[in-house]
Ligand binder design. Structure first.
Ligand code: PLP
Length: 368
């Protein structure tokens, strides 16, 4: 049996991409805020329903820049969750701040807003929430806490492309939000990402931070980095923008089949999206609990033996990493430490065949 991956990148029609590339060759403008870059930035404002977008060469540099643009004091504490990709806490440390690991709540697996306040100290400067798997953080409660304690709010929305809460773009919550356009994301620019923010005044600062601080030919205003998205990435984005809605529909169909077939299996829990939130269809996580006959790791090995690459995402959690173990301030992480042994992400992409989907469900039902 051919390998089944947990995800596969969305690819536009090759001829369409070549036609975009021909424009780039004709213009000889390869990077540095070119025509395609600017067109993508404008189009994404509509798709994400946000007032401001700044494109980046990847999500990590975007998040690094987001934290930098917030001017967090040296050595201050940023409350986040370890139930995320390594880039989230790494960006805090690269900004000379200290990550403080907060627990998650068991349905959405996002930061548990009821456990944030007990971690706030006079040294806390920000909350960095992660909309993990496509589930939104409790943005209202986090906003209230941040206002009460005068904290900045940054969101890692790598998994929530085009998600809306009550019709509002998820990138409009908090002070600043990062989206990743990595190849594994619903919408990709090969590598890439962006920042979204409501405060128009941030635009110039972010522009500078993304471009070595260079504002004009003879003016270097800030100590910036190189975070620019190039024209080939932007071209991929323009083409993928035309097809990502279709991809979402395909994943919605797969979700329906998984939901129908798996929800009745004892010991498999399917986390539910809050009613007011649209689905980004980024991941399909399931929770393996008793009385399911196998534990998560045994089930993972069954899939692997059949060449199906399900993912123990997020195991290990960031609090287990060698570079953080014992050296990071943590709250009670009982839910993180439980969920990291129970969650399994199933293959989830538009070109997954019906036969493959059925095989995956049969394995979970113990029929194969
Ligand atoms: C939650 C999360 N944060 C940050 C990143 C980093 O984004 P990028 O790969 O675009 O640098 C990723 C994934 O790639 C992610 O899943």
């Amino acid at each position: 049996m051919d390998k089944i991956y947990v995800t596969r990148p969305l690819l536009p029609d090759l001829d369409n991409y070549i036609s975009e590339v021909k424009d780039i060759f004709d213009s000889r403008w390869l990077t540095n805020m070119g025509v395609k870059h600017n067109e993508l930035e404008t189009k994404l404002k509509d798709v994400l329903k946000v007032p401001n977008v700044s494109l980046f060469n990847n999500g990590t540099i975007a998040l690094l820049t987001a934290l930098k643009a917030m001017d967090l004091p040296f050595g201050s504490e940023v409350i986040t969750t370890p139930f995320t990709f390594a880039a989230t806490p790494h960006c805090i440390v690269w900004n000379n701040c200290k990550p403080v690991f907060c627990d998650i709540e068991p349905n959405t697996m996002t930061i548990d807003s009821d456990k944030i306040e007990s971690l706030i100290t006079p040294n806390t400067s920000a909350i960095l929430g992660v909309h993990v798997y496509g589930f939104p953080c409790d943005v209202e409660k986090i906003d209230k806490i941040a206002k009460k304690h005068n904290l900045k709010v940054i969101y890692d929305a790598a998994h929530t492309f085009s998600t809306e809460i009550d019709g509002q773009g998820i990138g409009t919550f908090g002070d600043i939000t990062m989206f990743s356009f990595h190849a594994t994301k619903l919408f990709n620019t090969i590598e890439g990402g962006c920042l979204t923010y409501n405060d128009e005044n941030l635009k110039r600062r972010i522009y500078n931070l993304r471009n070595f601080g260079i504002q004009s030919e003879e003016v270097v205003e800030d100590i910036g980095i190189n975070g620019k998205m190039n024209e080939f990435q932007a071209a991929m984005g323009l083409e993928n923008l035309k097809i990502f809605e279709k991809e979402k529909q395909n994943r919605a169909r797969i979700k329906q089949y998984y939901d129908n077939n798996l929800s009745k299996i004892k010991g498999i829990r399917i986390p539910q999206m809050p009613k007011d939130t649209t689905n980004s269809y980024q991941y399909y996580p399931i929770i393996i609990e008793k009385p399911y006959p196998l534990n998560r790791d045994e089930l993972y090995n069954v899939f692997k033996s059949k060449n199906i690459m399900v993912r123990k995402y997020f195991y290990p959690a960031c609090n287990d990493f060698e570079c953080y173990k014992g050296s990071v301030i943590t709250g009670d992480l009982s839910v993180v430490n439980e969920m990291k042994h129970k969650v399994l992400c199933l293959p989830y992409y538009g070109t997954l065949t019906q036969t493959d989907i059925e095989t995956i469900c049969e394995i979970l039902k113990g029929e194969l």
